[in-house]
Design a protein around this ligand. Structure first.
Ligand code: NAD
Length: 239
């Protein structure tokens, strides 16, 4: 089950997991067409896909989503908490609403999905939780106090939960991408992008597929002994 899987990094994660033989439950918030498109690609690879519209920030909607997906398959083995938003403003101009909204989707959303699907992951015997954090949660960024707090929160959650659910043979890891070419980065003005590039030793932005490959690895049996880890995918920007 991948949240926010209709576009960007989530879309590539859904496709990459299906290519490795996973059946895919696609959560999306807004674009049914895009979600259906991902489902079609997954089905072309020979795997099943289901889509469901739900706001990860709503505990009730995620509960309903679980009921829906459970009708089609017993339970999930891999949960990828990918959905995320940013509402950037300098801190002194940041409205409480922008703080609340970003924390609700990015951090409470991870709580909601993990809390609701945890029982199924326990039943799986080899459950995997993979949270998408951000380099901004590690090093901060001007204009992103709310986003940084939410992504740093995910790192704390990942480590605490990894300790709690290890006894259930569930691993919990996070990926901290740097700047990845998706709609989220497309909105950054060119001048700012040039500045960012100067701070990336590998001298390029990352691709969503590069994050998806790491998710596939963390979800695979090869990564069974890795838990509580934060995997940087950032071209060397933060070490
Ligand atoms: P994106 O905007 O292309 O995709 C975000 C996805 O999340 C979309 O599918 C959107 O519909 C979904 N979403 C947003 N709010 C939701 C909600 N309330 N409920 C369900 N789904 C919701 O951005 P992306 O770059 O693909 O981002 C994916 C994740 O990676 C996010 O958590 C983001 O913070 C993180 N990230 C991105 C970058 C980057 O450079 N692109 C860097 C670090 C971390």
């Amino acid at each position: 089950m991948i949240t926010g899987a209709s576009k960007g990094i989530g879309r590539e994660i859904a496709i990459a997991l299906a290519n490795e033989g996973a059946e895919v439950a696609i959560n999306y918030r807004a674009s049914e067409d895009h979600a259906d498109d991902v489902a079609r690609i997954v089905e072309e690879s020979g795997m099943s896909a289901w889509t469901y519209r739900a706001d990860v920030g709503s505990y009730d909607q995620i509960k309903e989503m679980k009921e829906f997906f459970s009708k089609y398959f017993g339970g999930i083995d891999i949960l990828v908490n990918n959905a995320g938003i940013n509402i950037d403003k300098l801190f002194f101009k940041m409205e409480p609403e922008a703080w609340g909204k970003v924390l609700n989707v990015n951090l409470t959303g991870v709580f909601n999905c993990t809390h609701i699907f945890l029982e199924q992951l326990m039943e799986s015997k080899n459950g995997r939780i993979i949270n998408i954090s951000s380099i901004v949660g590690q090093m901060g960024n001007i204009g992103q106090v709310n986003y940084a707090a939410s992504k740093a929160g995910i790192i704390g959650m990942t480590k605490a939960l990894a300790r709690e659910v290890a006894r259930n043979n569930i691993t919990v890891n996070a990926i901290a991408p740097g700047f990845i070419e998706t709609d989220m980065v497309a909105g950054i003005p060119d001048k700012v992008k040039e500045k960012i590039l100067k701070n990336i030793p590998l001298n390029r932005f990352g691709q969503p597929e590069e994050v998806a490959k790491a998710v596939v690895y963390l979800a695979s049996p090869d990564a069974a002994y890795i838990t509580g880890h934060i995997l940087n995918i950032n071209g060397g920007m933060y070490l």
